[in-house]
Design a protein around this ligand. Structure first.
Ligand SMILES: Nc1nc2c(ncn2[C@@H]2O[C@H](COP(=O)(O)OP(=O)(O)OP(=O)(O)O)[C@@H](O)[C@H]2O)c(=O)[nH]1
Ligand SMILES: [Mg+2]
Length: 147
């Protein structure tokens, strides 16, 4: 039996997704699976907020490139709520590497011809929190502590 777990998660439409005008399609896909978009706002991340967001990746070889990419333009942050929202949004996004993302997923369907920045960071259109703990931490970065 599947548990009915009401959750909130952070969905980001990254600078490449915003620049390509994919936000409406992505939000539509989220709503189509029955999830609710409780907040939606455009941001330009400061270096500090970007470092907060990606603090779990500190020290990895792609960390500096990731920060540069996520601060390179506007992004759209959404608080998505509903049953199993965390896993559902990740399922909608598909694999981290768009070349491995299945058809029907956001990263699979919208992968760009050139999906790497000049320093080799993957431009993969969207981000979704990967756990309850990450969701709470990440939502707080954009929207403060919300219930
Ligand atoms: N170049 C490179 N970038 C990576 C690699 N792993 C992760 N990244 C980048 O770092 C981001 C965060 O990595 P993860 O949190 O593991 O992946 P994810 O949860 O699918 O993606 P996010 O939703 O962005 O957090 C990814 O979206 C990629 O842009 C890697 O092995 N090589
Ligand atoms: Mg992640």
């Amino acid at each position: 039996m599947l548990l009915n777990v009401q959750e909130k998660t952070l969905l980001l439409i990254k600078p490449d997704g915003v620049a390509r005008g994919l936000d409406k399609e992505i939000v539509a896909r989220v709503k189509n699976v029955g999830l609710k978009v409780e907040r939606q706002e455009k941001f330009r991340l400061t270096e500090k907020s970007a470092a907060d967001l990606y603090s779990p990746h500190l020290g990895k070889k792609f960390y500096a490139g990731l920060l540069k990419f996520i601060t390179s333009g506007h992004l759209i942050a959404c608080v998505v709520a509903g049953e199993n929202a965390i896993a559902s949004v990740r399922e909608l996004m598909g694999a981290t590497d768009p070349r491995e993302a299945a058809a029907g997923t956001i990263r699979g369907d919208f992968k760009a011809e050139n999906m790497f920045t000049s320093d080799g960071t993957i431009k993969n259109i969207a981000h979704g929190s990967d756990s309850l703990e990450s969701a709470e931490r990440e939502i707080a970065i954009f929207f403060g502590r919300i219930k």
